[in-house]
Design a protein around this ligand. Structure first.
Ligand SMILES: Cc1cc2nc3c(=O)[nH]c(=O)nc-3n(C[C@H](O)[C@H](O)[C@H](O)COP(=O)(O)OP(=O)(O)OC[C@H]3O[C@@H](n4cnc5c(N)ncnc54)[C@H](O)[C@@H]3O)c2cc1C
Ligand code: SF4
Length: 330
């Protein structure tokens, strides 16, 4: 690891001042950044430790929204009674990520900003447009089993790794960020970017902006929601495919549906086409399958990852079926 300057920020203004002049990174739980620095993939001149900032509350807001401080640890978020009761999909998603030890360290802000687990991104001998813009992409003609089939480009096919962010995409979360220029709010759908021809630009966040909170709008449908993750091992593995979904069914007909996918796309993927096809239809496997197949229809596959299309359809059907029979409680 190269030498760097470490700054422990006592408050938000100090943190913002410390990153204002360039080559600096915030440190939340450190579970991704420190790994990347050890591998030489991230080499910030300054690391600004924000883990002591007072951004650790989960607050119910007037009107029914919930505000989650950016420094809330993943394990605390998943155990919070308000999250478990009103947004069980978020608690499920967080508990399906990493390990208990990692969740005890990882923060909400850091989880949103974690970087891809693409094998070639981690191998500094391989070409990677995300790591070194313009160098090429090792995955395109390489081992592509874990890569994305939606939102891909000729420049990058890496998946977004976060489980939590898939649930946040389904919940229409809003990311609150602060810099020396002030505060702004970014809808989660605009926060992560598809790669296009600039895969190294992964989010809408400027380098000097600090995530201070994530806000969950009121979503009564989310009381019946769930996260299902398919992976190579039962725990401690990233998603091959995951589904976050919420459903309301009245007299056998779907009146409200939300679906987001993980493991198959270059960003947490809101399945808008599937949602459109679900509402107003009978809550049957046939409806669920047709909606999921339509969402996956634009998939661009390679031999090694083509299985993800069928797996995503089946996982979506299974998740919606479970919700249709009231299986979404925490
Ligand atoms: C072995 C292993 C297995 C894992 N498995 C999973 C899994 O199955 N599913 C899953 O979702 N994740 C998994 N993870 C990833 C883990 O969830 C992330 O490492 C973690 O969420 C990152 O949070 P952190 O607070 O430690 O971030 P850090 O490592 O501190 O930071 C990560 C990035 O976020 C930036 N950052 C941190 N806080 C802020 C902020 N407030 N504002 C702006 N930028 C900020 C940092 O500068 C850095 O770029 C795994 C990690 C490991 C090591
Ligand atoms: S898929 Fe993206 S992250 Fe992976 S090697 Fe290609 S450019 Fe890099």
């Amino acid at each position: 690891m190269r030498s760097f300057t470490y700054v422990s920020a006592p408050d938000v203004p100090a943190a913002l001042a410390a990153v204002a002049d360039g080559d600096a990174k915030f440190l939340g739980g450190g579970t991704n950044l420190v790994d990347l620095m050890r591998e030489g993939i991230e080499q910030p001149a300054t690391v600004v430790d924000v883990s002591r900032l007072p951004l650790t509350a989960v607050e119910e807001l007037p009107g029914g929204a919930v505000r989650i401080g950016a420094l809330v640890r993943n394990s605390r978020l998943a155990a919070h009674p308000v999250i478990r009761a009103r947004y069980p999909v978020l608690a499920h998603a967080v508990l399906h990520g990493a390990s208990a030890q990692l969740r005890n360290m990882a923060t909400v802000g850091g989880n949103l900003m974690q970087r891809t687990r693409c094998l070639y991104f981690y191998d500094d001998a391989a070409p990677c447009n995300k790591r070194t813009p313009g160098s090429g992409c090792g995955a395109l003609d390489g081992f592509a089993r874990s890569t994305a089939v939606l939102g891909v480009s000729d420049h990058c096919i890496a998946t977004h790794p976060s489980d939590m962010a898939v649930a946040l995409a389904m919940l229409d979360a809003v990311v609150e960020v602060e810099s020396t220029r002030g505060t702004r709010r970014i809808p989660i759908g605009d926060f992560h970017r598809t790669p296009g021809d600039t895969p190294h630009v992964e989010t809408a966040l400027a380098p000097d902006e600090l995530i201070t909170a994530v806000e969950l709008p009121p979503a009564p449908v989310a009381a019946n929601s769930r996260y299902r993750k398919v992976r190579d091992r039962a725990s401690y593995a990233f998603a091959l495919v995951s589904v976050a979904a919420a459903l309301r069914v009245e007299d056998g007909v779907i009146t409200e549906a939300r679906v987001a996918l993980g493991g198959v796309a270059t960003k947490p993927w809101r399945a808008a086409e599937a949602e459109r096809l679900l509402v107003g239809q009978p809550a049957t496997d046939d409806t669920f399958r047709r909606a999921a197949e339509a969402e996956l229809a634009p998939a661009i596959t390679r031999e090694a990852n083509a299985f993800k299309v069928g797996l995503a359809v089946r996982t979506t059907v299974a998740t919606l079926r479970q919700l249709a029979t009231g299986g979404g409680a925490a």
